[in-house]
Design a protein around this ligand. Sequence first.
Ligand code: CP
Ligand code: NVA
Length: 297
Amino acid sequence: MTHFLEVDDLEPAELARVLELAQLTPAPAVLTGRGVALVFEKPSARTRNSSELAVFQLGGHPVAIRAEEVGFDRRESVEDVTLTLAQYHSAIGARVFDHKVLERMAAVSPVPVINLLSDLAHPCQALADLLTLQQHFGRLSGLKVAWVGDGNNVCRSLLLASSLAGISVAAACPPGFEPDRGAVDRARARGIDVVVTGDVAEAVRGADAVCTDTWISMGQEVTEAGRRSAFRGFTVDPPVMALAAPGAVFLHCLPAHRGDEVTGDVIDGSQSLVWPQAANRMHVFRGLLLWLFGSVL
Ligand code: CP
Ligand code: NVA
């Protein structure tokens, strides 16, 4: 069974194929008469809407479920919920707090389990980030991406996706907020350059894309005060963007906090690709489902 819990569950050629399938028009109706369950333990604007629409565009029927309705490990076990959903659905997407919940789902599921964001990873976002860069620059290999801020779930998946596509990565993070060592090693093992630094200018200098995300991810609200002081100086503002390569772009998975991780003039300015990036969430989810099901159903 093929699950998609982190972006490097795909090999480089498979990633390239998913991005190609994301742009296939018209999309073949490979999910006619089939369901895809989408379970959410956390809020979502982009992921829920883009994945529901993608399933619909392939002829399938999405069923979005709030975690309270199924009560993971409260009403019944994660495993029993997963096996129940698999009786009706061809795939199960889930947004969870603890990545281990996805691993437990994948361990028992007879249908693909897709990570819609966990504390560890956000692989569907990374697919959209790469598609956005590919559409803008006409290539991926040889680009340099700079990450500024929290080396979080979105950073990790972008780092690993970049490693599959030949993109070098420089991450500027405060001490203690760097991307996890295992992911950095995995990315380097694919042959890309990865720099992890505390110096924003060092990371951004010459970058083709500058990326950031919230300083306070969902579930981290209790640590907000400490995080705010740790991330002082890690705002992407016009002087930071000026260090990047000529023609550099700005990416943010959203939701954004103007004045914190990015200033309004950058995210709303001419270098920002955040709206095509958000739109691409739908296209890559369709591409992923086509890759999973196109030749199977
Ligand atoms: N980027 C992203 O995953 O957005 P949502 O949390 O709104 O789904
Ligand atoms: N890092 C953020 C991403 C939201 C899409 C979070 O986990 O809340």
